[in-house]
Design a binder for this molecule. Structure first.
Ligand code: SF4
Ligand code: FE
Length: 488
C-alpha cells in the first residue's frame, strides 16, 4: 500500500491535459485551487496506515495481500457494513467528499456484471477485469468513476441527439481496441486519480450498442482533457489565508472530462455493445453509491452538528431549550441516514460472482433520504449559527492593525471564547452549507448517484405493490385467487 507521500508523488508524475479557470495547468499537485482536494485523497491512504482503523480500511486483495479498502471487493455483509463505517469515519476526519468511492463502487459493479455477462452471452470480459483489478490493487491506485454523460436534450435518447457526442460512444473499432468520443460531467476527484473507469449512464436499447461501453483508462491518456468545475466561493483559496476557507485542511473537486477520440486497448474494455447488461450495470453501481452516502454524508453531518453546537455555545445560548431540541433533531436526521446505510448493507446478498451487492430497495431509500435530510440539517445549522455566517468581515479585516481591534471587540460572543474561534466555527458552517463543501453536502446529496426521481422510479419498481395489495385483501376478507387457498 502507498503512503500519502508516495500517492502524491505518483499523481504528480501524471501528464494530464488540465485546465483551471481557463488556463492550462502543469503540476496539479501544487495549484492552490486543488491542493485541499489532494489532501483529502491522501487521507484515504493515511487511514490505511493507521492500525487503530485497519479493520475498516485494510482488506485482502485477490491474491491474499493487504490492500487499501478502496480497491477491494465486498465478500460479505460485514464488508458492506465496514464500508459504510469507513466512509463515515473519513467524513468526520475531512468534512468533505474524499473522492475515492465512485471507483470503489465501479470495481464491485464490474466484478459481478462482467461475470454474469460472460455466463449469459459467452463474452470474455471477466478475466480482463480481474487482470485490471489485480493491477489496481497491487499499485494501490485511485480509480475515478465516470458515469454521468452530459446528456444534451433530456427528452431524446442518446442516438436521437442532434450531436451524437452528447453521450460517450464508440467511434471506431480496431483489431486491438476501440476509440471513444464524448464527455462525462461531475467527475469527482478526476484530476487526482490514476485511472478512470467509464460506464454507461443509463439502461440502453438494442439500437444503442455504440453507447453500451465500459472500460478503464489511465487518467492521462492521449485525447483526455480535464476542466476543473467551479464551487461556491472557490477563489477564496487564492486569497492566501486559512480562516475564510472554513475548512483549511481538506476540500474536493469535480471536473468536466472530455474524451476526444481516446483509444482503449481490448484488454481494458469490459463491455462493448452488450446493451442487455447496461441496465444491470447502472442499477448496481447506483445501488452501491446510494449506500455510500449513508456513510460519507453522515460523517460530514457529524462535523456540522458539532459546529452548530459550538456556535450556540459561543453565542451563549447553548442551554436554551430550543437549541437543545434543534441539535437533537439534527442528530436524529443524521442517524436516520446512517441507519439506512447500515440496513441496505445487512440486507445485501451475494451475486453469482461471489461479490456482495447491497439491497437495492433499501439503498434507494437511503439515497432518497439523503436528497432531503442534509438540507434540513443544514437549515438547522444555519438557524443556530445566525446571520453573521454570511455577513462577517474577513480574516484580513481581523488582522488589519487599524480595524482588527474593532472586529475582535464587536464580534465577540461569550467572554471566554476568543473572537477568532467564533469566526472559525461560523466559517466552517458557511463552508458546509453555502461554500465549497456545499457542492458535496447539499447539491451532491440531491443529484449525486442519481437525482431524486431516479430513486423514486427504482423504489416503485422494487416495492412489489401487488404483494402488499394481496395482504390487504386477505385481512379485509376479500376473496381472490391468491387469498382463497389460504382462507381459514
Ligand atoms: Fe465518496 Fe461520498 Fe464523495 Fe461519493 S460523495 S465520492 S460516496 S465521499
Ligand atoms: Fe458522489
Amino acid at each position: 500500500m502507498k503512503t500519502p507521500q508516495e500517492y502524491a508523488q505518483s499523481v504528480r508524475q501524471l501528464d494530464r491535459n488540465l485546465y483551471v479557470l481557463g488556463e492550462r495547468v502543469g503540476d496539479c499537485t501544487t495549484h492552490p485551487m486543488l491542493r485541499l482536494s489532494l489532501n483529502t485523497l491522501a487521507q484515504t491512504y493515511a487511514m490505511a496506515q493507521d492500525p487503530s482503523v485497519s479493520e475498516w480500511f485494510v482488506r485482502q486483495g485477490l491474491d491474499g495481500q493487504p490492500i487499501n479498502c478502496f480497491t477491494s471487493l465486498h465478500r460479505s455483509n460485514q464488508d458492506l457494513l465496514n464500508k459504510v463505517k469507513a466512509l463515515r469515519r473519513l467524513g468526520q476526519e475531512t468534512g468533505t467528499c474524499f473522492q475515492r468511492c465512485v471507483g470503489w463502487d465501479a470495481l464491485n459493479t464490474l466484478h459481478s456484471t462482467t461475470h454474469e455477462m460472460d455466463q449469459a452471452l459467452g463474452t470474455h470480459y471477466h478475466s480482463c477485469f480481474l487482470d485490471y483489478l489485480r493491477y489496481v490493487q497491487n499499485n494501490d491506485l485511485v480509480c475515478n468513476g465516470a458515469m454521468t454523460d452530459v446528456k444534451g436534450d433530456r427528452g431524446l435518447r442518446p442516438s436521437q441527439q442532434a450531436d451524437p457526442d452528447l453521450y460517450l460512444h464508440v467511434v471506431e473499432r480496431r483489431p486491438d481496441g476501440i476509440v471513444v468520443r464524448g464527455a462525462k460531467a461531475h467527475q469527482t476527484g478526476a484530476i487526482f486519480s490514476h485511472e478512470i473507469i467509464v460506464m454507461p449512464t443509463l439502461a440502453l436499447r438494442a439500437d444503442e450498442k455504440d453507447y453500451a461501453i465500459a472500460f478503464a483508462i489511465p487518467s492521462d491518456s492521449k485525447g483526455l482533457t480535464h476542466i476543473l468545475g467551479r464551487q461556491p466561493s472557490d477563489t477564496r483559496k487564492l486569497e492566501g489565508g486559512a480562516m475564510d476557507l472554513g475548512n483549511a485542511r481538506y476540500g474536493t473537486h469535480e471536473a468536466l472530462v472530455i474524451y476526444d477520440d481516446v483509444f482503449v486497448p481490448t484488454e481494458r474494455v469490459f463491455m462493448d455493445g452488450e446493451w442487455q447488461f447496461s441496465g444491470t450495470l447502472v442499477e448496481r453501481f447506483a445501488g452501491y453509491h446510494r449506500q455510500s452516502y449513508g456513510g460519507c454524508k453522515v460523517g460530514v453531518g457529524d462535523v456540522l452538528i458539532g459546529a452548530a453546537a459550538l456556535a450556540a455555545e459561543h453565542a451563549g445560548v447553548a442551554n436554551a431549550s430550543h437549541v437543545k431540541r434543534k441539535l437533537n433533531e439534527m442528530v436524529h436526521l443524521n442517524e436516520t441516514l446512517y441507519a439506512c446505510g447500515l440496513a441496505c448493507s445487512v440486507a445485501g446478498q451475494a451475486t453469482p460472482s461471489g461479490t456482495y451487492l447491497v439491497d437495492l430497495l433499501l439503498a434507494n431509500v437511503c439515497k432518497q433520504n439523503v436528497t432531503r435530510l442534509p438540507y434540513e440539517i443544514a437549515r438547522l445549522a444555519e438557524d443556530l449559527a445566525g446571520g453573521l455566517t454570511v455577513t462577517m468581515p474577513s480574516e484580513k479585516d481581523l488582522q488589519n492593525p487599524q480595524i482588527g481591534g474593532w472586529v475582535d471587540k464587536y464580534l465577540k460572543g461569550v467572554a471566554e471564547v476568543p473572537t477568532s474561534d467564533r469566526m472559525r466555527i461560523l466559517r466552517l458552517i458557511e463552508n458546509f452549507t453555502l461554500g465549497t463543501a456545499a457542492a458535496a453536502y447539499r447539491t451532491e446529496s440531491m443529484h449525486g448517484a442519481g437525482s431524486p426521481e431516479a430513486q423514486v422510479i427504482m423504489i416503485g419498481r422494487l416495492s412489489d405493490l401487488e404483494s402488499k395489495k394481496a395482504m390487504a385483501r386477505r385481512l379485509a376478507g376479500i376473496e381472490s385467487a391468491d387469498t382463497a387457498d389460504n382462507a381459514p
